[in-house]
Design a binder for this molecule. Structure first.
Ligand code: PLP
Length: 389
C-alpha cells in the first residue's frame, strides 16, 4: 500500500512480468530489452579489468554524485547530442527511476499540481504518486503533449509544481513531441518558472534517422531537467541512470541521495565507464537499432495485415513500444486474461493513466520478441479482438 492506502500502481505490471517470464507466453507486456543482444562477454572483460586495475575504486565507498570517469564520459556523450553540460552537472543515479523518485520528492508535496501526459510512464506515476500530488493529465496526439491545453489550464488555475514528459519515442505511446511543441513547452515552463522534467531513455533507439533534439539542448532549454539511463542502450540490470539539472536542483538531489543509498553501485559504474572507453557504446547501439528496427517493422506489418478496421495504432520512429486503440467500450483489461490463456501478453491502457482512462487501449513491446513471435503474437491478438470487434 502507498500512503494513500491504495495498492501500488505497479502491481499489475509486476504480475505481468511474472507472466512474461513464463516462456509459453509471447511477451508484449514487459518493457524488456532483447536479452540475446546483451554484450555479456565484453562486460565480463570490463568487470575483470576493473577488479584487477582499480579494486579500490570499484569496491570502496564512492562519491554520492557518481564516479568522475563516468560523469566525464556522460558529459562528452551528451554534448554529442547538443546537451552542453560539465561533468559536475551530471548526477549518477541508481537507474533513472531513482532520478524520478528524487525529483518527485524535491518538488512535490500533497496536492501539488503536476502536469503529465495521458498516457504516461507507469513508473513515473508510481514515483510521483508517493507524494499525493494532483495529477493534471493532458492527452497526447501525433505531435505529443497538447501544449494548448496546458496553456489554457495555466490561464485558469495558475502555476503547476512540475511538468513531466517523455517527449521522444514515448513510453507507452511511441509518440514523439514535435519541435514546435517542445519550443512552446520550454517557453511555458520558463515563463512560469516551473521545473520541466524531460525523461529521455529512448532517444538513442532511433530507427528512422537521427533522433529529435532533446529539450535540454534547445535554445532556452538550459534549465530543463534531463533524466537518462544506460538501461535501454546497455542493460537494465546494471541500474545506472543520470540526471542533468541546474546546480541548485542537483545539490538538493545529492543530499537526498546521500540519505537513501550513499551512492550508486561503484562496481557497476566502473564497469560501464570501462565499457564505454574500451568498446565505445556507439557500435552496440547501432546493433540494437538494426535489430529493433526490424522488430518494429515486423509488428507494424503484422498489425496492418491482421487487425480489424476498428483498431488503430501509433507508428513509433524509435523506442520500444506502440500503442493500440480499440473501439470505444472494448475493455483491454478483460481481454488480457483471454490473451494470456491464448499465449500472448500486453499491458492494458489503464496502467498508464492517473485516472483510469485508456480502458480500450493497450501497450505492445516489440523489442523483446523474435520476428516469428511478433507475427504469431499479433495474429493471436487480432483474432481475439476480431471475435468481438
Ligand atoms: C520513460 C521511462 N523512464 C524511466 C524508466 C526507468 O528506467 P531505469 O530505471 O531502468 O533507468 C523507464 C523504464 O522503462 C522508462 O520507460
Amino acid at each position: 500500500m502507498d500512503r494513500t492506502g491504495r495498492a501500488p500502481r505497479g502491481s499489475a505490471i509486476r504480475e505481468l512480468l511474472a507472466i512474461t517470464a513464463n516462456r509459453s507466453v509471447i511477451g508484449f507486456g514487459g518493457g524488456l530489452t532483447a536479452p540475446e543482444l546483451f554484450p555479456a562477454a565484453e562486460l565480463a572483460e570490463c568487470l575483470a579489468r576493473v577488479l584487477a586495475d582499480r579494486p579500490a575504486s570499484a569496491l570502496q565507498y564512492g562519491p554520492t554524485e557518481g564516479l568522475a570517469a563516468l560523469r566525464e564520459t556522460l558529459a562528452a556523450r551528451l554534448s554529442q547530442r547538443g546537451i552542453d553540460v560539465a561533468p559536475d552537472g551530471v548526477l549518477i543515479t541508481t537507474g533513472s527511476q531513482q532520478g524520478l523518485d528524487l525529483l518527485a520528492e524535491a518538488f512535490l508535496t500533497k496536492g501539488s499540481p503536476v502536469m503529465i501526459e495521458a498516457p504516461t510512464y507507469v513508473g513515473a506515476l508510481q514515483a510521483l504518486s508517493a507524494h499525493e500530488p494532483e495529477f493534471k493529465a493532458f492527452s497526447v496526439d501525433g505531435d505529443g503533449f497538447q501544449v494548448d491545453a496546458l496553456e489554457e489550464w495555466v490561464d485558469v488555475h495558475g502555476r503547476p509544481d512540475l511538468i513531466y514528459t517523455v517527449p521522444t519515442f514515448g513510453n507507452p505511446s511511441g509518440v514523439t513531441m514535435s519541435y514546435r511543441r517542445r519550443e512552446r513547452l520550454i517557453e511555458l515552463a520558463r515563463k512560469l518558472a516551473v521545473p520541466l522534467l524531460e525523461d529521455d531513455p529512448y532517444s538513442e533507439l532511433s530507427y528512422d534517422g537521427l533522433p529529435p533534439v532533446a529539450m535540454r539542448a534547445m535554445p532556452g532549454g538550459e534549465d530543463v531537467i534531463h533524466v537518462g539511463t544506460f538501461s535501454k542502450v546497455l542493460a537494465p540490470g546494471i541500474r545506472i541512470g543520470y540526471v542533468v539539472a541546474p546546480r541548485v536542483v542537483l545539490e538538493r538531489l545529492i543530499l537526498m541521495k546521500q540519505g537513501r543509498d550513499l551512492h550508486t553501485d561503484a562496481l557497476a559504474q566502473n564497469m560501464v565507464a570501462e565499457y564505454c572507453t574500451r568498446f565505445g557504446l556507439d557500435s552496440h547501439v547501432e546493433r540494437l537499432r538494426g535489430s529493433y528496427r526490424e522488430r518494429r517493422d515486423a509488428m507494424l506489418v503484422a498489425l496492418r495485415r491482421t487487425m480489424p478496421a476498428s483498431v488503430s495504432w501509433t507508428q513509433p520512429a524509435g523506442g520500444m513500444f506502440l500503442w493500440l486503440t480499440l473501439r470505444a467500450g472494448r475493455e483491454t483489461g478483460e481481454l488480457l486474461r483471454t490473451a494470456v490463456a491464448a499465449g500472448v501478453s500486453f499491458v492494458p491502457g489503464t496502467a498508464f493513466h492517473a485516472d483510469g482512462g485508456g480502458a480500450n487501449c493497450m501497450r505492445l513491446n516489440f523489442t523483446s520478441s523474435s520476428l516469428e513471435e511478433i507475427a504469431q503474437g499479433v495474429g493471436i491478438l487480432a483474432r481475439l479482438i476480431s471475435d468481438k470487434a
